[in-house]
Design a protein around this ligand. Sequence first.
Ligand code: GDP
Ligand code: MG
Length: 168
Amino acid sequence: ELEIAIKVVIVGNGGVGKSSMIQRYCKGIYTRDYKKTIGVDFLERMIDIDGEDVRVMLWDTAGQEEFDAITKAYYRGAQACVLTFSTTDRCSFEAVKDWKKKVENECGEIPTVLVQNKIDLMDQAMVTFEESEALAKSLGVRLFRTSVKEDLNVAGVFRYLATNCHEM
Ligand code: GDP
Ligand code: MG
């Protein structure tokens, strides 16, 4: 039996919760600072899509976002993309378009979702739900609102992408 594997890149400004999302999804854990305790670059999780095993492979960027130093190797062969911003960080929201362009330059058009993380912090929101929806619409991608902290909707993001890749 052929194994299906998809490589997913998770992009967005530093601090939006990318490392946390990978740890949450693949290991089921959440802490305030993974970088200091776990130096992982790559994690994966097996999921079932329509009765078939799919290996979801996730790379972490090790926090070089702010230096624009993420190498082409990070993007190479990526089949799906998670564009991430934080509910509490306006700059991260405004940077989403640039992240999308960057991924498109390296990977072409691949299945992509927009993730608004940290929805547990809505009381400190710097972005409204309407703005997130408008951005998703203008980019032509589906919006997921997640809380990695509370484990809300995280698995749904990767299930959606794996299903989309599977159908291509
Ligand atoms: P990265 O730079 O994008 O990899 O972001 P990190 O995963 O390092 O997360 C940055 C900070 O945001 C950490 O302190 C995380 O614990 C925190 N964080 C991540 N996701 C959430 C979330 O859904 N809610 C809250 N309240 N904090 C989060
Ligand atoms: Mg990180």
